[in-house]
Design a protein around this ligand. Structure first.
Ligand code: ARG
Length: 578
């Protein structure tokens, strides 16, 4: 509870001075209590034992006797096993909670040092199916965009699609063979994988097709007008499909965010010459490479980052170096985030290291590989469709919406028509996103329809339902008197809910600093369950006194706002009815 931390810190400093402990050493001992029942914060006295020549328990007693009068208005103090526990007093909580309930930002301050952040996310490949990894990148990147913007940072979304390189020779030739408008053209029906695979098979088995494809790459690189037109057809077909997925998902990405590999093509010779000027370029088997150091291949030899291949072609890494130049020098970005799966960790480590050595980054720049684990099927292996191919994302999302529709049919058959459709979409899409965002992103997670669509547990439907339930209370309230009423805490349920309310900002801040949207999920789940027990135990509309009723209504309203704000930061809708 940051707000409590800041309120007690001056007194802790004073107490430490009195004890003769250096101030920063003393302050470092103050942290979150590990046992919630003991308190909100705790001071661990163990490390002071040596300097003060007393047992931790004795130090705890002395410290607490100094702190009790100092913190009389803020916290109750208790000691156990060398810990001094601080638990916010209800009177103090009432005051803080009242402030937050009446704050449109729910106690979340704007950043005092806003940054310009480029978030590289989604980034699927043209003429290939988006896989579940791209789903993760899209959902996580989108949530980080919302969180960082909410805190006042400027976010530049970069959808770095794979739209350039040698495969385009064969893809264009295959497109010509099929006929641009032909019905058999899988692109037009959105079967990107089928299209890619057929082209690849032809390339591997038909010598003359392979020759044509290679010649086509040369034409593409040299900017031949007709070739570029055909390439554009492929790009347009694919981005149309990507947009279909984005729209279903309800993410912020639009065409203006497209910044594919092709956009950096003209900068690649410049990357090579800048690396050369810095004396970083080496020749290895005819290729231009940089040895960033710190990475070894299987034989224990230094691993190079290949910048230009022997045949003159550039690499994925070269494009990423060009991206860095563009983002730092043209866009004046402070932080460069890359929401990409863990398998590309080495690639990013090497690219960042070369960029640093080549002076492409300023001291104020940070580069972060916001990595994530895999989505697994029930068999514990990377999620695949029944036929063993990549899962088609549109199908997966549509299936989720249709399953949500079935669930609504059971739960609330009164919902019909367009309203039911919208709610099914909010639940179905929300469930998929939440399942993804609520796990620590660096871990793998198992895709499980039943679990993610359940109205119980750590799921989107549980949170959405809690929100809708609160909204329904207000259908029976006809005055606004509760709006600026003071919060009253008269029992433990209100006290727990008030704690969840005042610490919402900690969760959002922690999600932003650690680039971990799951911190918000954890908090939303906590507040929804605090609300659950509050609502079960505290009559709201039939409260014994009007002031209590108003305070409870304000707690309800704030909980709903935290749920909808938190869900919005995750990119999930919170319908008013369910
Ligand atoms: N297109 C790549 C892939 O599908 C991801 C690109 C990530 N972004 C980047 N700047 N390298 O694996």
């Amino acid at each position: 509870m940051k707000i409590l931390y800041h309120s007690v810190l001056p007194s802790i400093t004073k107490a430490m001075l009195e004890l003769g402990v250096p101030v920063d050493e003393g302050e470092n001992l103050l942290g979150k209590s590990t046992v919630a029942d003991h308190g909100d914060l705790a001071i661990a006295c163990h490390s002071l034992s040596r300097t003060l020549k007393k047992s931790p328990a004795e130090i705890g007693e002395i410290l607490s006797s100094i702190l009790i009068p100092l913190l009389d208005e803020i916290a109750n103090i208790s000691t156990v096993n060398g810990f001094v526990n601080l638990k916010a007093k209800d009177s103090w909580l009432e005051e803080k909670c009242s402030e937050i309930c009446n704050d449109i930002r729910l106690g979340i301050p704007l950043s005092s040092n806003p940054r310009t952040v480029a978030i590289d996310y989604s980034s699927p490949n043209v003429a290939k199916e988006m896989h579940v990894g791209h789903l993760r990148s899209t959902v996580i990147g989108d949530s980080l965009t919302r969180i960082l913007e909410f805190l006042g940072n400027t976010v530049i979304r970069e959808n770095h699609i794979g739209d350039w390189g040698t495969p385009f020779g064969m893809l264009i030739e295959h497109l010509l063979d099929m006929g641009e408008d032909s019905d058999e053209n899988e692109l037009s029906v959105g079967d990107l994988d089928g299209f890619y695979k057929t082209a690849r098979n032809k390339f591997d088995s038909d010598e003359s097709f392979a020759d044509r494809s290679r010649a086509r790459v040369v034409l593409l690189q040299s900017g031949d007008e007709e070739t570029i037109r055909l390439w554009q057809v492929l790009v347009d077909e694919s981005t149309r499909y990507f947009n279909e997925v984005y729209q279903l998902l309800g993410v912020l990405l639009v065409d203006a965010d497209l910044m594919g590999e092709s956009a950096y093509h003209h900068l690649l010779p410049n990357v090579v010459s800048r690396l050369n000027e810095q004396g970083l370029l080496k020749n290895s088997d005819g290729a231009d490479v940089v040895f960033p150091g710190g990475h070894l291949n299987r034989d224990g030899e230094p691993l190079p980052l290949i910048v230009r291949k022997g045949d003159g072609g550039y690499n994925y890494a070269t494009t990423d170096l060009a991206c860095i130049i563009d983002r730092v020098e043209r866009l004046k970005v402070d932080d460069l985030l890359y929401v990409v799966g863990t398998p590309q960790s080495r690639h990013f480590e090497m690219v960042f290291s070369v960029a640093n050595q080549a002076g492409l980054l300023n001291d104020s720049n940070t580069t972060v590989h916001v990595n994530f684990g895999s989505v697994l099927g029930k068999d514990g292996k990377v999620l695949k469709s029944r036929s063993g191919s990549a899962v088609k994302l549109v199908d997966l999302l549509k299936e989720s919406v249709s399953r949500a529709n079935d669930v609504i049919g059971d739960k609330n058959p009164d919902l019909t028509g367009i309203e039911r459709e919208n709610i099914a979409k909010a639940i179905g899409i929300g469930a998929v996103k939440y399942a993804d965002l609520s796990t620590d992103r660096t871990r793998d997670y198992m895709f499980d329809w039943t679990r993610m669509l359940s109205f119980e547990g750590d799921t989107a439907p549980y949170l959405q339902y809690a929100h809708a339930r609160i909204k329904s209370i207000f259908e029976r309230v006809d005055s606004d008197d509760w709006k600026s009423s003071p919060i009253q805490i008269i029992n433990e349920y209100e006290s727990r809910l008030a704690r969840s309310i005042v610490s919402f900002s900690d969760a959002v801040e922690s999600a932003a600093t650690n680039l971990m949207p799951n911190r918000i999920c954890i908090h939303l789940h906590e507040i929804a369950s605090s609300f659950g027990s509050f609502y079960e135990n505290c009559p709201v509309l039939n409260a014994e006194e009007i002031s209590i009723k108003n305070s409870r209504l304000l707690l309800c309203d704030t909980t709903a706002r935290i749920l909808s704000t938190g869900l919005e930061l995750l990119g999930i809708d919170a319908p008013n009815r369910m």
